[in-house]
Design a binder for this molecule. Sequence first.
Ligand code: ZN
Length: 199
Amino acid sequence: MRLKIVQAGDPVLREVARPLALQEIHSDETQRLIRDMKETMYDAPGVGLAAPQVGVPLQLAVIEDREEYLKSLPEPELLEKERKPVPLHVLINPRMVGQGNDRVEFYEGCLSLAGFSAVVSRARTVRVEYFDECGESRCVEASGWFARILQHEIDHLGGTLYIDQMHSRTFTSLDNWNRFWKAKPSERARGLGSQPQGK
Ligand code: ZN
């Protein structure tokens, strides 16, 4: 079932989400929520979705960057952003346990701020520990766009949105991003975007 994605201003986006107990992960309710969140993410379409974005203040997020999303993008942009297909990850109680010192700046968007984008500085590499949908403990080391998605989703679980750390003067509607910023080199626009894809 597709769920409604709440927009900025809904208090649930500003709550610190509650961790799931291990036995809760196996419950029908949680498994149904995971299924519904995947469907909602694919439908949006987006490359990540956190439970607070569907009105549920739990430490749960789904991430997937599909091959089909990348096909329409120019190769130099994929290289610059280090954007590669990422298989589905279900992240439960994720913890950021390491961040590299390198920072990178790109436009990003959010499904809960539909129609807008801004440049956000993020760590280029991260290491995250989490539980998967089977309750197995896992660890992922990510770089590039995948690392950005992880940071964006984990921020959601702490009640943080990208607008809290964006370069505020780069904030733009997607229409104006397409009109004025899409073709600009990254140095000039503080990050060159492709079509900013919601998370
Ligand atoms: Zn988001």
